[in-house]
Design a protein around this ligand. Structure first.
Ligand code: NAD
Length: 493
């Protein structure tokens, strides 16, 4: 069994306390994937100190050179893609095709960051005074605290760490304790590619100890967090005490609208992938289907039929469509929402229980579940479940569909299936969400596009694409006066 370590100031090390925790396979709970350091405040302190010291050199490395290192990171990740994907499936359960996609997103992000090293554009702007030159340029900020969830163990850390490094910041990284192995491989690759000591540090452990210590620390200048809205609010409060820059990517309650003129086969493929891909454990997962009454019965009968045929199992097996929940707690949450839905008066069309029998008894499986007769005010229509549970709401018009879609505290992803171009554009205009897909499911973000939500899904920052570089750098404004005399702005006009 492999024993993993923290990486601090260019050296692999145990937690100072010597404590450890186990990481287990959710498809086969008896299998231990690895043993990890259960770190505390003192380990975080050392990592922040290393990152602070390393910042003074790293900020002076030209951005194209930083980009070259990230290009090498992408190359190594490509060579190790299959192996990393298998490890990821073992530690968090999603099927191998999806974990390969997760690694690919990291590779795409590496190459995008490498190219950004030769861009990172600033502005030159005319001065209001003669013989004076004005410009604004991007500068590094300092030490970035990176805290990530378990559902995209490679992609999400790379969305944050690569732009942070490219912009000249140093990093203290705390991955989710359900997926520490993939995170460690990422750090190994960064070190191998030539990221200098102290520039990337990983500290394993719980949110309460390691996460809190990072967010509360005076010497951490910015925090990028992806996780639940509940923890995001705490991080925002804690970060405000030292006026940190904080980026929050939080929960979702995403919906797919299917209008009566939609290509129903396409919409069926979309909702099956959106609701049950990654076992429903994506922040962009389709948690609600908003279905036009004119196609309701026909659509539902095929959807339920196809959902019942989805095969639960170990994500490493090619026969598996849906892997396990990440852990026992998540499976309990899924089941508790099924009980809530039944109490609220919704009807189970399929699923509604844990996956049982044979090898399923070894892990945390839950049957793909569909509720009908869901009304917009029910908790299963409003709250994030983060499992393979779909709530179907019947609507009569586009206006009603959009109102229902918008009726949650979240605003991450959304989708509409229609052949009517006017309805599609009205949906784009009126849906309150950071992402809207037309004739495609709610999942499927591309690395070079902005990614983020509105309302309580976030706090206004976007990851992905060019937008994340705004977060990881700050503006410096420069005035160069070559007149040889004192020129007073607003006065010497
Ligand atoms: P979580 O909020 O429980 O944990 C996220 C991370 O925060 C983990 O590393 C955890 O250890 C750490 N943490 C926990 N308590 C902390 C504290 N007090 N201080 C600092 N760090 C702390 O979320 P999760 O269960 O890992 O992930 C699922 C959630 O993430 C869902 O709500 C999902 O919607 C959200 N998510 C959002 C996006 C997005 O981009 N919007 C993407 C993926 C997941």
């Amino acid at each position: 069994m492999k024993k993993y370590q923290n990486f601090i100031n260019g050296k692999w090390c145990d937690a100072k306390s010597g404590k450890t925790f186990e990481n287990r396979n959710p498809a086969n709970w008896s299998e231990i994937v690895g043993i990890f350091p259960k770190s505390g405040k003192e380990d975080v302190e050392e990592a922040i100190k290393a990152a602070r010291t390393a910042f003074e050199k790293w900020r002076l490395v030209p951005a194209p050179k930083r980009g070259d290192i990230l290009k090498t990171v992408g190359d190594i990740m490509s060579a190790r893609k299959e192996e990393i994907a298998k490890l990821m499936t073992r530690e968090m359960g999603k099927v191998l095709t999806e974990t390969k996609g997760d690694v690919q997103e990291g590779i795409d992000t590496a190459y995008y960051a490498a190219s950004e090293g030769r861009r990172l554009f600033g502005h030159t702007v005319p001065s209001e005074l003669p013989n004076k030159f004005n410009m604004a340029m991007r500068v590094p900020i300092g030490v970035a605290g990176i805290i990530t969830p378990w559902n995209f163990p490679m992609a999400i850390p790379t969305w944050k760490i690569f732009p942070a490094l490219l912009c000249g910041n140093t990093v203290v990284f705390k991955p989710a304790s359900d997926t520490p192995a993939t995170a460690t491989v990422l750090v190994e690759i960064l070190a191998e590619a030539g990221v200098p000591e102290g520039v990337i540090n990983i500290v394993h452990g719980g949110g309460g100890e390691v996460g809190n210590a990072i967010v509360g620390h005076q010497e951490v200048d910015l925090v990028s967090f992806t996780g639940s809205t509940e923890i995001g609010i705490k991080i925002s409060e804690m970060g405000s005490k030292t006026l940190k820059r904080v980026s929050l990517e939080l929960g979702g309650k995403n919906a797919q609208i299917v209008m009566d003129d939609a290509d129903l086969n396409l919409a069926l493929d979309g909702v099956l992938w959106g609701a049950f891909g990654t076992t429903g454990q994506r922040c962009t997962a389709t948690s609600r289907l908003i279905l036009h009454e004119k196609v309701f019965d026909k659509f539902m009968s095929i959807l339920v039929d196809r959902t019942k045929k989805l095969r639960l199992g170990d994500g490493l097996l090619p026969t598996t469509d849906v892997g396990p929940c990440v852990n026992e707690g998540q499976r309990q949450t899924d089941h508790s929402y099924v009980e809530i839905g039944l109490k609220e008066g919704a009807k189970l069309a399929c699923g509604g229980d844990i996956g049982k029998g044979g090898d399923l008894d070894k892990g945390w499986f839950y049957q793909p579940t569909i509720f009908t007769e869901v009304t917009p005010n029910m908790r299963i229509a409003k709250e994030e479940i983060f499992g393979p549970v779909l709530s179907v709401i019947r609507i009569k018009s586009l206006e009603e569909a959009i109102n229902v879609l918008n009726d949650t505290i979240y605003g991450l992803s959304s989708s509409i299936y229609t052949k009517n171009v006017n309805d599609a554009f009205r949906a784009i205009r009126d849906i309150k969400a950071g992402i809207t897909y037309i004739n495609a499911p709610t999942i499927g973000a591309e690395a070079h596009m902005p990614f983020g939500g509105v309302k309580q899904t976030g706090n206004g920052h976007c990851e992905g694409g060019w937008t994340v570089y705004e977060f990881f750098s700050e503006w410096k404004t420069i005035y160069i006066d070559y007149s040889g005399g004192l020129q007073r702005a607003q006065i010497d006009t």
